[in-house]
Design a protein around this ligand. Structure first.
Ligand SMILES: [Ca+2]
Ligand SMILES: [Ca+2]
Length: 281
């Protein structure tokens, strides 16, 4: 019930979303297609394993306990990222998998079930956090004229920078981005006043769609460095008007000391629900 209220509120606040168009290109990812590798991985808590094709040993995925606690790691980016929805410059190492088995919240208000799942790769360098999202969705849908991308098949990324005191409130170091399957996107860090976000691109894939994004480190409070712990959450919307969705982390905490957040409501309203994201060397 609580999250449903959040959904209604988010839909209502979408009027100022900006549209980021993407090119309707054929599905011809010429390079290495990381999605096929990560699809085969277990949902969470698996041990690191070397990929026989690339020799890359991916960090282990975090566990996904019923408590809602989650954790993830991001490896350092060693190849320049082109934000085009093509993942050939990525290692294929997932930071998290979001599906019905790993989600802290699995919600369907229309009597159905979530039919989509996503694998998320996250890398970092001093200047940015990079995110590549492969969404498997057998029925991609949405209204190009939607005021909020959250009302279409879409993905939401919540990212929080290092802060001495985290209260649950969104601060200048906390971000909430929503990108739909067609590239309609917005920065909803202040849900009452969404602003354009031009750092993401979406692209159709054979099994759904892909989103690639760059989050400037300045948006998270300053340059990133190895050993830092940021905070992260993710939401996958499947169907129109958020009738069905998955939320990755609902980090347990009893109370908040915020002044404007809605404690334990949803990551859109409570940054303490985000999970730790460790930046590996
Ligand atoms: Ca790319
Ligand atoms: Ca869908």
């Amino acid at each position: 019930m609580v999250v449903a209220l959040a959904v209604a509120s988010m839909a209502a606040f979408g009027a100022a979303c900006a549209t980021a168009q993407f090119e309707d290109e054929p599905q011809a990812d010429a390079g290495r297609d990381s999605a096929s590798r990560v699809d085969a991985k277990p949902d969470g808590g698996d041990a690191a394993a070397e990929d026989p094709e690339t020799g890359v040993t991916c960090p282990a995925l975090g566990a996904t306990p019923d408590s809602g606690a989650r954790s993830a790691v991001a490896i350092r980016s060693t190849t320049p990222k082109v934000i085009d929805g093509i993942f050939k410059e990525w290692t294929g190492c997932p930071s998290l998998v979001l599906d019905r088995s790993t989600a802290a919240v699995d919600k369907a208000d229309d009597g159905g079930t979530v039919g989509a799942a996503a694998t998320v790769q996250i890398e970092w360098d001093e200047g940015a956090l990079y995110v590549a999202i492969d969404v498997r969705d057998p029925q991609v849908e949405g209204d190009p004229a939607a005021t909020c991308p959250c009302n279409n098949d879409s993905f939401e990324i919540f990212a929080g920078g290092v802060a001495a005191t985290r209260t649950g409130d969104y601060t200048a170091r906390d971000r909430h981005y929503i990108i739909d399957h067609a590239g309609l996107s917005g920065d909803y860090s202040n849900v009452d006043m969404p602003i354009p976000f031009t750092g993401a691109t979406a692209k159709d894939s054979a099994t759904g769609y892909r989103i690639e994004m760059r989050i400037e480190s300045g948006s998270l409070g300053g340059p990133l460095r190895a050993g830092q712990t940021l905070y992260l959450d993710a939401q996958l919307n499947d169907s129109r008007n958020q009738a069905r969705y998955l939320i990755w982390a609902m980090s347990p905490h009893a109370t908040c000391t915020c002044t404007t957040c809605a404690c334990n409501f949803s990551p859109a309203y409570d940054t303490l629900l985000f999970a730790p994201l460790s930046l590996l060397p």
